[in-house]
Structures are given as C-alpha cells and as structure tokens.
Write a protein that binds this ligand. Sequence first.
Ligand SMILES: C[S@@+](CC[C@H](N)C(=O)[O-])C[C@H]1O[C@@H](n2cnc3c(N)ncnc32)[C@H](O)[C@@H]1O
Length: 309
Amino acid sequence: MKSYLGKIYRVFIQLLATPIFLSGFFSAEAGKEYGIGFAQKLGLVFKMIRNNMSITSGSSFIEHLVMATTLLKLPKNLQGCVVECGTYKGVSATNLSLICALVGRKLEIFDSFEGLPEPSAQDKEHAILGTQETHFYEKGWWEGTLEEVKNNIKTYGKIDVCNFHKGYFNQTLPHFRQACVQIFVDVDYRDSLADCLKNLWPLLQDGCYFYVHEAQHMEIASLFYSEKWWSEELQGIAPGLVGAGTGVGIKILTEPYFSSSLGFTIKNPQKQNFKRYAQVGGLKLNLAAAGKLTTPGAMYTGESTASKS
Ligand SMILES: C[S@@+](CC[C@H](N)C(=O)[O-])C[C@H]1O[C@@H](n2cnc3c(N)ncnc32)[C@H](O)[C@@H]1O
C-alpha cells in the first residue's frame, strides 16, 4: 500500500515537473529558424508519447525531447547529420526521425541488429552508486532486428530520413565519414561507447552535443573524464559529462531525487561566450560584478552573434 501511494506521488510530481523540463523545448527560440511553432511541437510531444507506448523501449520520450530541443536550436546552416548508435526496437530512432524530418537532417542509425556483443570483463557488470544497483549484461540481449526497426520507423516515424548501418560498431563506424551535428549513443557497454567516441567524436561539429545513455553507470561516465584515454585515442583532453553518475535530472526514478539515464557533453564549446559569475562567496557575492552573457546562445564556431541577441 505504502509503495503504491509512493508511486502515485512520484507520477504526480513528475507530471507537475515535466512542463518545467520542457520549457526549453517550447521556448520560442527552439525551432524559430525552421518555422516550427507551438502547435507542431505539441503534436510532436503526443506522437513521441504514443511511440514510447507502442514500441518496446529502453529510453523515455522525455529524454528524446531533451535531444529534440538541442536539434531545434541548431543553426539551420550548420551542415551535418544526426547519428544514433544503439537502437534496440527503434523507439529512440523513431522519435529522432520525426524531429530530423522537421529540421531537414538525415538520421544515420548504427546497430548490430543482433543485440549486444560478448561483454568484456569490464562490461559484464556495471555499478550505479546513486541507487546502489549493479546491472549485468549478456551477448544477444537487447536484440531488435533490422526488419523490426524498419517496420516501427515506417509505422510511427519518418523512414525517408533514415540510413541503416548493420554490424558491430568496430566494423561499421570506421567507414563513416560524414559531419555530424548531434550524436546519441545508447550502447550499454564502455567498450561500445569507446568505439563510438573514437570514430564519431572527430566528425562532430564544434559546439554540438554528444548524448549518452547509461550516464549513471560509473563505467560509462568515467570514460568522459579519463585524460589518459582521451589523450591516447583522440589526442585531446577529456570533455567531462553533464549528468555523470546520475543522468540529467528529468525523471523521478526509484530514489527521491530527479535523475535519468541521459548525459551529454559538448565538443569544443565556445567558452568565451558563457555567462561569467564572480565567485566571491558568502554575503559579499556581488551579482552586479557578474558579467552578462554577451552573445546568448552563440555556441558554434563562426556563428553570427548579432542574429541571436
Ligand atoms: C539499450 S539498447 C538501445 C535502446 C534504444 N536506444 C531505445 O531507446 O530503446 C542497446 C543497443 O546497442 C546495440 N549495441 C551495443 N553494443 C554494440 C556494438 N558494439 N555494435 C553494434 N551494436 C551494439 C545493441 O544491439 C542494442 O540494440
């Protein structure tokens, strides 16, 4: 009885909070360059909810809407496709295909379409400190066949914008050469994530988002902080991960705080355009001393700042 009431309470709080999480999605700025307004966005929300209820899924429509928001805010003239690695039955790909069709971008979908490969020792079991759980994996789990995925996207999404790449990532990704404006990697294993990062990070445009699922797994989150790995594999510095260890706080899961499986990082963000705050501390905190965001939203190299203000 107690847990039943707890569940109702969590659903109630989630319903109250969701409009706050979606305020970015419904903001006038998101979709303005593409002529996408409130009614179209509302339609998209309903379609995504329907899709998540119709297709067996490993991610939630709220997570898809977070990714839709950054796609709607991308400058229209920034060249590149959207990539998804890790598709299962295709629900996230279906929802991303809807948004890609609206913003005129291709969705490149990579998966074995035979489920997970054999896990290495480090991927047999992952730890989540926040909820004190371990999650374990076996070869073949999370299988969605190419035919199933195509059927789902045909029925609920936009198949015309999709290209499919079947095979293990270490075989398919090295042949992929297109510029990317957003990447979503939902691949469970650290080894699979490493294959995706090695091959796709160099293709991602500066200022663009790399989303990852399983951000609560320390094995996944820690890769984004491994200076050794980034220096050896990509000759760069570790970018860090927003949502490391908890995921971005958009859902109430089992614990009494907001979390999710979604994390993200941004490639070479234009830090000189970030808001500046004087960290003077305590009562001396002088907000007037904090700088203003001089060029709001100017995230992308070469982007005109005048058009944003
Ligand atoms: C958790 S599921 C994806 C869930 C899906 N994004 C959703 O929202 O329902 C993980 C997917 O990653 C794929 N995968 C993991 N590692 C892979 C690898 N090394 N090569 C190809 N596919 C891989 C699996 O086949 C599986 O479809």
